[in-house]
Design a protein around this ligand. Structure first.
Ligand SMILES: Cc1cc2nc3c(=O)[nH]c(=O)nc-3n(C[C@H](O)[C@H](O)[C@H](O)COP(=O)(O)OP(=O)(O)OC[C@H]3O[C@@H](n4cnc5c(N)ncnc54)[C@H](O)[C@@H]3O)c2cc1C
Ligand code: SF4
Length: 465
């Protein structure tokens, strides 16, 4: 039997030289033996500090105790009391800065691998379908609620509203569910089959999903109310890409991260030639930025055949916002990193195609408003590097369509985010919002937490009516 002094179990991953050429999942997940050993490390702290780091409030020690006893059915039921997307969260949640960062064992060495355990029990349930229990749905109410956007915020809000007994319809502009989980995060980090599996679970709760419907165009918000929806949740995310504003960003061979990843994920470029929708990729690919999005772009570029796939980032590695595990995986896959480097222009050839990028070297100054040390240009340090593809991955802003077509919705002028009150309600009574549309680009679990909070607020709204 393991104790809290037993070292944390290493999550197995595929060989980097093999995996950087295909799109199969990188991380292999715990074996049963590893999962039980890891679960036995948990000391079941009375105050449950790990739970304070979970926006969807999973009873972490309780589910881990069940894993230690090999009661996997009990463990997944415990998780699903709060989280309808466990296999997704077990793969892409930043556990290291959430539940695991608050684990008592941090002080003694290494925290319990909560995320890997969550993934283990979710995958185990899928492999042993006989262990599934039907979810508990409260008495059905004759009240229609619309949810807009099938990303983690919308899916979570829809699932919780269905559990409260409402008739929920989820409207999604794309042809499939998941939001960023589908069109942004690549197959090698989050297989589409997992998304399909967890979407089916949401539907099994009674949620109806209508695809290819763009609210604000196909139907307006007013149309939804006319159609009998008594409340609306907006979870439309932050799908508007930011650019650098430097010369040359309109050349052929420059992509926004959003466009590049959508072509790969949603239009199946990663499955070319099975799907006849390739994405053009050069031999030398520069990805600007160092968040999760940038790591995804650069690792996709490598897998699509780029000889040199590199990250260009104006600060140092310590300030890079990507999850450490993703950064380390990228390094293992022979991604080149140019830190303290900022592009100032992109040059093209006579056909208007990218041929090089000019960069400035930087040094770190005093911390800025974000608390990170500010990058300061080093005079006379310009240099030109040959590249044929540039991908800009420097962040995304809120989707503006619904705010533009629904004049009474209050929006933060600077950020474009929807304004909400402490009950997640927008400036229009009966319209609620949450996730990246109200915060700017965040995390999967924060968006899910917002969806959960909004669903509870909508339930309260009807009870107080
Ligand atoms: C490439 C990339 C990698 C990331 N990696 C991670 C990670 O590893 N871990 C992590 O925690 N976070 C990660 N994030 C951030 C995380 O994915 C987002 O914070 C999260 O998806 C936000 O969820 P959401 O539901 O608010 O919005 P979204 O996921 O953006 O979903 C919004 C949905 O609304 C739909 N929609 C928009 N407008 C309309 C409309 N008018 N009508 C109907 N539907 C509409 C969109 O098509 C979309 O499906 C990553 C982000 C990106 C871009
Ligand atoms: S803080 Fe860590 S050790 Fe304590 S209950 Fe949570 S997971 Fe277990």
């Amino acid at each position: 039997m393991a104790t809290n002094k037993t070292p944390r179990q290493e999550i197995p991953a595929r060989n980097p030289e093999e995996r950087n050429k295909d799109f199969k999942e990188v991380s292999l997940g715990f074996t049963e033996e590893q999962a039980v050993l890891e679960a036995q490390r948990c000391i079941a702290c009375k105050k449950k500090p790990c739970c304070n780091g979970c926006p969807v409030e999973i009873d972490i020690p309780e589910f881990i105790k069940l894993v230690a006893k090999k009661d996997y059915k009990g463990a997944i039921q415990k998780i699903k009391e709060k989280n309808n997307l466990p296999a997704i969260c077990g793969r892409v949640c930043p556990q290291e800065t959430q539940c695991e960062s608050l684990c008592t064992l941090v002080a003694k060495g290494q925290p319990v691998a909560v995320g890997a355990l969550e993934r283990f029990v979710a995958d185990r349930e899928a492999e042993h379908p006989g262990s599934k229990e039907p979810p508990v749905i409260k008495e059905k109410k004759d009240i229609k609620v619309a949810v807009v956007g099938a990303g983690p915020a919308g899916l979570t809000a829809a699932a919780d509203l269905a559990r409260y007994g409402y008739k929920v319809t989820l409207f999604e502009s794309l042809s499939a569910s998941g939001g960023v989980l589908r069109y942004g995060i690549p197959e090698f980090r989050l297989p589409k089959a997992i998304l399909d599996r967890e979407t089916e679970y949401i539907k099994s709760l009674g949620v109806e999903i209508k695809y290819n419907i763009l609210i604000g165009r196909t139907f307006s918000i007013a149309d939804l109310f006319k159609d009998g929806y008594k409340a609306i949740f907006l979870g439309t995310g932050a799908g508007l890409p930011y650019f650098l504003g430097i010369p040359g960003e309109n050349l052929n061979g420059v992509y926004s991260a959003n466009e590049f990843l959508t072509r790969v994920n949603l239009m199946h470029a990663y499955e070319f030639p099975k799907y006849k929708t390739p994405v053009k990729i050069g031999e030398r690919v520069a990805v600007v930025g160092a968040g999760n999005t940038a790591m995804d772009c650069v690792r996709v570029a490598k897998r699509l055949g780029a000889k040199d796939a590199m990250i260009i980032y104006r600060r140092s590695e310590a300030e890079a916002p990507a999850r450490r595990a993703e950064l380390e995986h990228a390094k293992e896959e022979r991604i080149e990193f140019r830190f303290l480097t900022a592009p100032i222009k992109i040059e093209g050839n006579e056909k208007g195609e990218v041929k090089s990028m000019t960069c400035l070297k930087m040094e770190l100054g005093e911390p800025d408003a974000s608390g990170r040390r500010r990058p300061v240009p080093i005079k006379g340090s310009e240099y030109e590097m040959p590249v044929d593809t540039v991908i800009i991955a420097v962040g995304q802003g809120p989707n503006p369509l619904i705010a533009h077509t629904t004049k009474e919705l209050a929006v933060d002028e600077k950020s474009g985010e929807l304004k909400i009150d402490e009950n997640c309600m927008t400036s229009i009574k009966g319209i609620f919002a949450g996730g990246d549309i109200t915060t700017g680009e965040g995390t999967v679990i924060a968006a899910m937490g917002a969806g959960k909070k909004a669903a509870a607020a909508i339930d309260k709204f009807f009870k107080e009516k």
